[in-house]
Design a protein around this ligand. Structure first.
Ligand SMILES: [Cu+2]
Length: 446
């Protein structure tokens, strides 16, 4: 049930945006209500500081970091890198307080990041523990046609219960992806996707200090539902980086002056994501099609990551702080509760509030002055859902959710706490202007 149908169902008068405690209680049984209370305040997970990256490829190229995720372990057999992907259903947490049954690989969605070096040969076993057939397509890689994984065109699909093998040489470096190519609409929507990084034998461009992998995705998960709707074509209401909605997203901790790379991939069912970084500008150095020559790179602060594409950006932050990084589509930084509300800004609800309060004492219309405070009101929310957006920040409530994370730029990232907030130098935070100051600058508010 989304908020719109909740409103309709709860009989809220005249399109009033309302989420009363009383109405909520009547909507749930006592047990469910207890669960709802427990999830009302946005829980913020804590994250470990990641150790310095090991060298993963020639020229000191560091291993990639998959925030909230893992890399696939390899074993070496006769010079071939051997890995194993198990496709199966799993219980996935989008953020504390919200879980669902999704499909993924090796316990994760997105699946583990595959990481190797140009020129290596890989052999990947794929065990299908899904209730239907599947395949794996190696998105962006140039390989023998029979290894491309398109069901029916390049191979028979892998039946449930069977293990098949893919083996090919990594002929060219780049930022690629992998995903199911059988019943794509269902399987990709339910999470059958991951990233595939091939480091070049000879480094391209300046050496980077940190190399992050972020896969964007979108889901339709009705409030209270336990499984995303794979048939949704729009109205996606859970937006994720590496399968997590803010505040479930692990922050990216980097150092002032470091060269940072972020490899973005998009296997959302339907939407492109304009990913925006604050506090710096970046250049796009590669796509899944290859490298962008230095003369063709230009500065940006937002990069559109189209469905079925990767975009690699690099930058050197100069300004320490806690910098927002998010999809710039405003509905992609909301959670389920933020969608489908009737417009309430400027509506005079005094009459309806007075009348409703005779029936429902705690009744309160919301949204007449805007929606800014709705995340932090800490009203009860339905079981297995997130507050409308955000979490508590260092100053006040951060009213962003969904595809949002924080780039934490620190002078000494080796000893910084990834859960800590930036300590601002005195006098460098915006604050109220007093009358004397206004007068001194000739600003008259009368
Ligand atoms: Cu988006």
């Amino acid at each position: 049930m989304d908020r719109r149908s909740f409103l309709r169902w709860s009989g809220a008068a005249a399109g009033a945006a309302v989420l009363t405690r009383a109405a909520q209680v009547s909507a749930q049984d006592a047990h469910a209500h207890a669960e709802a209370s427990a999830t009302a305040a946005a829980a913020v997970p804590t994250f470990e500081r990641r150790p310095a990256s090991r060298v993963a490829a020639p020229g000191g190229q560091p291993a990639v970091i998959t925030p909230n995720g893992v890399s696939l372990p390899w074993t070496i057999r006769d010079g071939v890198k051997v890995g194993h992907l198990v496709a199966h259903e799993l219980d996935h947490e989008f953020a504390p307080g919200m879980r669902a049954r999704v499909w993924g690989y090796n316990g994760h969605t997105p699946g583990p990041t595959l990481e190797a070096v140009e020129g290596e040969r890989i052999r990947v076993y794929v065990t299908n523990r899904l209730p239907e057939p599947t395949t794996v397509h190696w998105h962006g890689l140039i390989l023998p046609n029979g290894m491309d994984g398109v069901s029916g065109l390049n191979q028979r699909p892998i039946p449930p219960g069977e293990t098949w093998v893919y083996e090919f040489d990594l002929r060219h470096p780049g930022t690629f992806m992998y995903h199911s190519h059988y019943d794509e609409m269902t399987q990709i929507a339910l999470g059958m996707a991951g990233m595939f990084i091939v480091h070049p034998r000879r480094p391209v461009g300046p050496r980077v200090d940190r190399d992050f992998v972020l896969m964007t995705h979108e889901w339709k998960l009705e409030v209270g539902a336990r499984r995303p709707d794979p048939n949704a074509m729009n109205d996606f209401n859970v937006l994720t980086f590496n399968g997590k909605s803010y505040p479930g997203t692990e922050p990216l901790l980097v150092g002032v002056g470091e060269r940072v790379r972020i490899r973005l991939g998009n296997l959302s069912p339907m939407d492109h994501h304009p990913i925006h970084l604050h506090g710096l500008n970046f250049v796009m150095t590669a796509t899944d099609g290859g490298y962008v020559s230095q003369s063709a790179q230009y500065p940006e602060t937002t990069v559109i990551v189209p469905v079925g594409s990767t975009r690699v950006i690099e930058f050197t932050p100069t300004e320490p702080g806690d910098w927002a990084m998010h999809c710039h589509m405003t509905h992609h930084v909301m959670t389920q509760m933020g969608h489908g509300l009737p417009p309430m800004v400027g509506v005079d609800t005094s009459t309806v509030d007075r009348r409703m309060s005779r029936v429902v004492p705690e009744y309160m219309s919301m949204g007449q002055t805007g929606m800014g405070g709705m995340g932090e009101m800490e009203m009860d929310i339905p079981p297995n859902s997130l507050p409308m957006r955000g979490a508590r920040g260092p100053f006040s409530y951060i009213d962003m959710g969904g595809m949002f994370t924080v780039l934490k730029v620190r002078e000494r990232p080796e000893s910084a706490d990834p859960n800590g907030w930036f300590e601002h130098p005195a006098g460098s935070v915006a604050g109220p202007a007093d009358a004397a100051r206004l007068r001194a600058d000739g600003i008259d508010l009368e």
